[in-house]
Design a protein around this ligand. Structure first.
Ligand code: MD3
Ligand code: FE
Length: 222
């Protein structure tokens, strides 16, 4: 198609930014599309990890089975069973150490943390959550880590989800934000202990994950 003049790019020059930053609360930012160019690489790495440490629906201390399936990589993996929540070196399913954290994971977590104002973040734990349609995560705090001055980095892949961010108290009214594939959330300091959760995953399709959503959560456990 021939165009005599192309004014649109000039009109909008400098106005489209990809990625861009949304602040969702004090000390909590979403780096929109930050991981978009790494989606396929990240998903291939998840598949490799799941071959060695399959996704499982773990039990909570209260005796429920989580609707989100999980696996881990890195030095420490987060697990739950009827005796409680904890970090451990080995996969309870196999007794084997968790698979190593791939360089693409480590690099992404460090770059995102740096971009959000936390240079030098070196995660020693990566929890990989897998949501099927209908899966959800109720409001909770991440408090099984040792050093709450360390930030947390979370990467969304696949079908979009509604993320709820509350405050320091469970009763603080949460604000909702949609996290789409490639979005990276970084939170620390005053937001580190905020309640948060994920609403029931709505049926959807993503070209690379089908009906599924994955979330990588990078933390410093020890
Ligand atoms: C907290 N996973 O595994 S954390 C978890 O989508 C967990 O699977 C979520 O919560 C998931 O423990 C992603 C996302 C998040 C984002 C912003 C926050 C947690 C936050 C801001 C403040 C506090
Ligand atoms: Fe959490």
């Amino acid at each position: 198609m021939k165009k005599s003049l192309s004014i649109t790019p000039d009109l909008f020059a400098g106005e489209f930014q990809d990625p861009w930053i949304d602040t969702i609360a004090d000390d909590a930012v979403v780096l929109r599309h930050f991981a978009l160019e790494r989606e396929e690489t990240l998903l291939a790495a998840i598949a490799g990890i799941a071959e060695k440490a399959p996704f499982r629906n773990m039990r909570t201390p209260g005796g429920h089975t989580m609707s989100v399936a999980m696996t881990c990589c890195g030095e420490w993996g987060w697990v739950t069973d009827t005796s409680g929540y904890r970090y451990q070196h080995s996969d309870p399913g196999s007794g084997q150490p968790w698979p190593a954290m791939p360089k693409v994971f480590r690099d992404l977590a460090r770059e995102a943390a740096t971009g959000a104002g936390y240079p030098g973040f070196e995660p020693d734990a990566c929890l990989i959550n897998r949501y099927q349609p209908g899966a959800k995560m109720g409001l909770h705090q991440d408090k099984d880590e040792k050093d709450f001055t360390q930030p947390i980095v979370s990467v969304s892949l696949g079908v979009p989800a509604t993320f709820q961010l509350g405050g320091a108290r469970r009763r603080d009214r949460p604000v909702n934000t949609t996290l789409t594939s490639g979005d990276v959330v970084v939170w620390g300091r005053s937001a580190r202990m905020s309640y948060h959760g994920v609403l029931r995953l709505k049926p959807g399709q993503h070209p690379l994950t089908g009906e599924l959503r994955y979330n990588l959560t990078f933390r410093r456990a020890r």
